[in-house]
Design a protein around this ligand. Structure first.
Ligand code: GAL
Length: 845
């Protein structure tokens, strides 16, 4: 299979409202510029003026405005007393006590809600997704009426002065308090319940006649949006990005009142979801004729060092009541490492004329060849070079829209016998699974925190991430594009069959098409995205042809939206002779590659049954550990299921960090490395998990966060980080000793010492005395001195590679604590409002 790709559909550098705090300094700066007579004065008091426009000198009132509206929201938990009829849909009653389910338990039949006996919002919410329903006969018609019109919180003149003042992204649950009654799976934080957000939008008279869109990158969950007291729409899936057309409800020259109700069900997730408007929210203003939402699709069908063909589809919406003749021109610019466009375009697509009927849409397609393209590819051998296509739409000689599509030029190849290739280079997938939360910041998206997660993974040698098990924030994909990560972009953890009582299975029937099409249209221009995953360990694996039919439907939708990439779904149960795998382009195995428990590896059976499909491990290891905790005795095995007293401390809820203990279905990293090496056609692995995350605290469900990460919740590296680094960065001279060497109670006791090194041999010294030189055998990935008897002092290791000295590490017995040392994670920050350190995109060698 050869799949060629690229790009993305929104501006590279998001226009930002200049924070009030910074307007004064800009005013002074502008005043200085004015005195010097260099450029005309730019109004810093206009809140829609963007930093991007200031840099590029574009007009202060662009034809399209995309305004971040994260400031000045009011927030309140709960509905007003007596309010009714605000549920999206009736929910089936929770049956008895909900237990934390084993992650690999068989799915149950989805519980079906009975018919509604009270008014519900669903009929007014469903039409929001119409744009993503292919068959017009299946689209929803908005009923008459205006549910919620009698609720005080939606009224324009309601006094919300006593509500909490919040800035988005906002996760209402992360502030706690921790609870003991909510399940450990969801993190013991109060993410469930109803929350209301209100914000005033001031629309200028000069905006009369424009279209207004509310663009929400993510709201957890079941969002319903009122504007000026009118229910405008909503979107249930908490991880989706979505748009509401506010145009019919906006009153120019007035304060327009937004009110958003979020209703996050309890028992709706296997991990911490967070709650509320936890990603960015934007107001987009356009002319009535404009490029549609996520309206471009850019591919590079032919890629070589000499040239690349670029194909660009532009979907245009004519929301006006009159026919329009437009001219569409797209220029392609190179972007530098800071995201700045080249002065002149490197190529231009021939202008196209298009006639658009009133209230219709149509697509314009064009192609161009770029000579000697700068290719996008993952470090260390390749660079994540980016381009941007700037599409301009003209009508009667006037510019009416500009739209930017960022993309990268690269070719992908999925080889069933040798794995994955980018631009012809074999790239072994050294991947990590990542949930969406950011530790102590909860699920509220924060660019710097996400960047730090990726940079730390990159330092470990990781070149790929799997978005388990839902669409990420768009900015996370910006980072992946810029840092050169490969992304397995995943949308669902459940289909029709339940995992937790109020999860997505309740709405899968109504929403899977809209969610899947919207997700792919949002992300399909990203060079980082190399593979779509339509599901993770879904219950349909168990249902034979019925389940395979659902898989087939989803794969077909994905192919329609993006024929350039393959589609998969991750399997922890399905076997090659079951129908489930047949519709999938790529075989993604969770744990089955190394063999679950004592079951044999499924790599070879799959390879034999599907010789034309590439195989990868979408989840591997599921090793567990608490940073800095070492429990004795240490298993002599290479992998042991964690149990109380065997790697697990039930009193303190800690797990030993010798990296040999795993969930029952999982393995140690070592055992996975061996299975990968023995099956070299496997394209690679995605470890479970890169970072610790909130919720799912296997094996101690009374805890609040997971033990699976190679990096802990705060971003500190566990020992496992170095085990992966040793294997994933073979050219980096490194050695790492564990455990720590401060054991006053263990004098004279056996205290095994393990060394992770990218070398192949090492000699260990305790207080200067050699404990022997050891060499890794085949399928061995660590060096073990299991009989070391503890005495305080100094452990030192000297690692060798090919017989030459390669790296050292030292571990000393600590004295009394003396001082606390804090060191900043970056010594420089950029003045961009989000305190980003200078981008270290090309960090890895
Ligand atoms: C897998 C599942 C993940 C996570 C992991 C560790 O089976 O896909 O979401 O639950 O196990 O428990």
């Amino acid at each position: 299979m050869t799949f060629a790709i690229p790009s993305r559909g929104e501006p590279f550098r998001y226009p930002m409202i200049i924070p009030k705090s910074r307007r004064l300094s800009l005013l002074l700066l502008n005043a200085r510029i004015c005195v010097l007579g260099l450029v005309p004065f730019i109004s810093v008091l206009d809140p829609t003026l963007t930093l991007g426009q200031m840099r590029t000198g574009e007009p202060s009132r662009p034809v399209r405005e995309r305004i971040l509206i994260d400031d000045d929201w009011r927030f309140q938990k709960g509905d007003p007393t007596g309010a009714t009829g605000l549920l999206y849909d009736v929910r089936p009653p929770l049956k008895g006590e909900v237990k934390d389910k084993a992650p690999d338990a068989a799915a149950e039949e989805a519980e079906k809600a009975g018919p509604s006996v009270q008014p519900i919002l669903k009929p007014w919410i469903l039409p929001t997704g119409n744009r993503f329903i292919k068959d017009s006969a299946h689209r929803f018609v908005r009923p008459t009426g205006n549910p919620g019109s009698d609720v005080s919180y939606v009224q324009p003149n309601y006094d919300d002065g006593a509500w909490q003042h919040v800035t988005l992204p906002h996760d209402w649950a992360i502030a706690g308090p921790f609870t003991t009654n909510a399940g450990g799976g969801m993190g013991r934080l109060p993410s469930g319940g109803v929350g209301w957000y209100r914000k005033k939008l001031i629309i200028r008279t000069s905006d009369t006649g424009k279209c207004f869109f509310l663009d929400v990158d993510g709201a957890m969950s079941y969002a319903a949006v009122w504007i000026n007291g009118k229910l405008a729409g909503g979107w249930p899936y908490g991880y989706a990005s979505w748009r509401i057309d506010l145009t019919p409800f906006i009153i120019p020259d007035k304060v327009n009142q937004l009110a958003i109700r979020i209703d996050n069900p309890p028992e709706s997730s296997r991990w911490y979801p967070g709650g509320g408007l936890y990603r960015n929210v934007w107001l987009t203003k356009t002319q009535p004729v404009h490029v549609a939402h996520w309206g471009t699709y850019l591919t590079t069908p032919e890629v070589s060092a000499a040239s690349a063909s670029v194909r660009l589809e532009v979907r245009l919406d004519n929301d006006s009541r009159t026919q329009a003749n437009v001219r569409v021109v797209s220029d392609i610019y190179e972007l530098d490492a800071k995201g700045r466009k080249s002065r002149a375009p490197v190529a231009s697509i021939n202008p196209a004329n298009q006639s658009l009927e009133a209230k219709s849409n149509d697509t314009v397609t064009g192609s161009v060849t770029i000579p000697h393209p700068k290719l996008w590819g993952p470090p260390p051998h390749q660079q994540p070079n980016l381009y941007v296509a700037v599409t301009r739409v003209w009508q009667a000689g006037s510019l009416i829209d500009t739209y930017e599509t960022q993309f990268g030029i690269r070719s992908l190849r999925f080889d069933p016998n040798s794995g994955f290739y980018v631009n012809g280079e074999h790239v072994y997938l050294k991947g990590a699974n990542m949930h969406h939360d950011l530790g102590a910041l909860g699920s509220a998206f924060n660019q710097r925190a996400a960047q730090r997660q990726l940079e730390t993974l990159q330092e470990m040698g990781c070149n790929a991430i799997r978005m388990s098990h839902n669409p990420p924030a768009p900015e996370l994909l910006d980072l992946a594009d810029r840092l050169g990560f490969l992304v397995m972009d995943e949308i669902f953890d459940v289909w029709y069959r339940v995992k937790t009582p109020y999860d997505f299975h309740l709405i899968f029937a109504d929403w899977h098409e809209q969610d899947l099409r919207a997700f792919i249209e949002r992300d399909r221009n990203r060079p980082s995205v190399f593979l779509w995953s339509v599901g993770n360990e879904v219950g349909e694996q168990f249902t034979g042809t019925q389940g395979a039919a659902v898989a087939k439907e989803l794969v077909e939708i994905a192919h329609e939206e993006d024929p350039s990439r393959p589609v998969t779904a991750s399997m922890n149960f399905a076997k090659p002779d079951m129908p489930f795998s047949t519709p999938l382009d790529v075989i993604s195995l969770n744990y089955q590659g190394a063999g679950v428990r004592d079951a044999p590896s499924q790599y070879q059976p799959y390879h034999d049954k599907y010789p034309q499909k590439m195989i990868l491990s979408s989840e591997s290891a599921a090793a567990v550990s608490s940073r800095g905790v070492y429990l004795f005795p240490v298993t002599k095995d290479v992998r042991t299921p964690v149990r109380d007293g065997i790697g697990g401390d039930p009193k303190n809820h800690q797990v030993s960090s010798y990296d040999l203990y795993a969930a029952d279905f999982g393995s140690s990293p070592d055992r996975v490395f061996a299975s990968q090496e023995k099956n070299p056609y496997s394209a690679g692995e995605f470890i479970w998990s890169g970072w610790d995350y909130i919720g799912e605290p296997t094996p101690y469900y009374s805890s609040r966060s997971s033990y699976f990460g190679a990096i802990d919740l705060a971003g500190f590296k566990k020992d496992r980080f170095y085990l992966y680094q040793a294997n994933w960065r073979p050219n980096l001279p490194m050695a790492h000793i564990l455990p720590h060497w401060t054991w006053p109670d263990r004098i004279g006791q056996v205290t095994p010492v393990h060394v992770y090194t990218s070398g192949d041999e090492a000699e260990l010294f305790l207080n200067g005395k050699s404990l022997g030189r050891k060499k890794k055998s085949s399928f061995e990935y660590r060096l073990r001195w299991d009989d070391v008897v503890y005495e305080p002092g100094e452990l030192r290791v000297i690692a060798y590679k090919n017989g030459k000295r390669w790296a050292t590490d030292v571990m000393k017995t600590a004295g009394q604590p003396e001082r606390l040392l804090l060191s900043p994670d970056s010594s420089q920050i950029v003045d961009d409002g989000i305190m980003t350190p200078p981008f270290r995109a090309r960090l890895i060698t």
